[in-house]
Ligand binder design. Structure first.
Ligand SMILES: [Zn+2]
Length: 79
């Protein structure tokens, strides 16, 4: 743990509140910016930015996910 000096005076309520609010706003903005949803140009479904569409498996106009294979894997039951 980092060594810190003891505070000379107790921080006032407004100082604590403003520090907390600044932290809260920053955290909220960071969370909002991390989860950006875009519309898929092919099926118009909501998808994450810089990720393949979970509905049709396309990214930048190309088919990158084999959706039928994934469905077979999920529905296949091992006996
Ligand atoms: Zn799509």
């Amino acid at each position: 743990m980092a060594k810190r000096s003891t505070p000379k005076k107790q921080a006032s309520n407004s100082q604590s509140t403003s520090r907390y609010k600044a932290f809260k706003n920053k955290a909220q903005k960071r969370l909002l910016n991390t989860t950006k949803l875009n519309k898929c140009p092919d099926c118009k479904e909501a998808k994450l930015q810089h990720a393949a569409c979970p509905n049709c498996g396309k990214y930048n106009g190309r088919q990158v996910l084999n959706m039928q294979k994934d469905m077979d894997k999920i529905t296949k039951v091992k006996a």
